[in-house]
Design a protein around this ligand. Structure first.
Ligand code: ZN
Ligand code: ZN
Length: 116
């Protein structure tokens, strides 16, 4: 495929918005996507921001939620273990739940930072 603006140059990418072939001079330097310079940049950037926001907010909600529940369980476990029955089975169950929720939160954090 050739560049839409420079018919003698090979395209290095295709615009995400209009699908035109673009050479190095015509490609807008956007993160992870290709857009026509000064033409489709805003469209593609908005699309990208929307996608990023949707993905990040989904992970953040899950992550924060898991952390909150984990903390709550840990606090409950602390209070139960400092009561007059330090080694009750209920105490153990609370700690196991706290651990599970923390692991869950860490897993989501790992997914966010890991390779795509
Ligand atoms: Zn375009
Ligand atoms: Zn070009």
């Amino acid at each position: 495929m050739m560049c839409f603006n420079h018919h003698k140059k090979n395209s290095v990418g295709i615009c995400k918005h209009c699908g035109r072939g673009l050479c190095e001079a015509c490609v807008s330097p956007l993160q992870e996507s290709v857009a026509c310079k000064d033409r489709c940049e805003n469209h593609v950037r908005r699309l990208e921001q929307f996608v990023n926001k949707a993905v990040l907010s989904r992970y953040n909600t899950t992550f924060v939620g898991s952390m909150l529940v984990g903390l709550l369980m840990a606090v409950l476990g602390f209070f139960v273990s400092s009561s007059e029955y330090p080694s009750s089975p209920y105490d153990m169950i609370l700690w196991i739940f706290a651990g599970l929720f923390f692991l869950n939160a860490l897993r989501y954090l790992g997914q966010r930072n890991g390779p795509k």
